[in-house]
Ligand binder design. Sequence first.
Ligand SMILES: [Zn+2]
Ligand SMILES: [Zn+2]
Length: 166
Amino acid sequence: MSETAFSAPTESLLREAEAFCGRRQARLTEQRRQVLGLILESPKPLGAYDLLDRMREAGAQSAAPPTIYRALDFLLAQGLIHKVERLSAFIGCTHALQPHDHDDHALHSVQFLICKNCGRAIEISDPAIGKALAAAAASAAFTLTGMTVEAEGLCAACVTAVGSAA
Ligand SMILES: [Zn+2]
Ligand SMILES: [Zn+2]
C-alpha cells in the first residue's frame, strides 16, 4: 500500500495515536493508521463505504469492506473514533489521547451536534449532561452502558447561509 501523506496536524495526531496504542499493547497497523488518518482528515463523519472509496483512491486497490470494518472495530475499541449512529458514520475522537479523561472511555459521555444541512458533527463532551443523564437513569432504576446523545440542527456556517438565502 502506498503511504498517503496527511496534513501536518493529522500526522501529528497519528503519531500520538501510535504511541497511545503502544502503551496499551495494541498495534496501529498501516491499515488502521490509514483509516484513522482519513477519518481525522475529513471535515465530516465518514461511512465505511466512503472510507473504502478513499482507500482505493489512495492506491489501496485491495482494500475490501471486511478490512475496513476490522480497522473500525479496532479504532472504536481503542476509543480513537466514535460512531455517529444517526449518520452511520465515524468521527475521530482526540479525548482518548488526553490522558486525564480516557480511563473509563466506555462510559465517557459523548454528545454530538449534527448539522442536518452539511452533515458535519461536532463532538461536545459536557460532563454536566453525562451527570444529568446518569441521575435520570438511576431514578428510573436503569443501568447505563453507554451515554451517546445525538442532537440535530444547523451549524453556525449553515445557519448563516440559510439566513442569507431567506
Ligand atoms: Zn470522544
Ligand atoms: Zn452545517
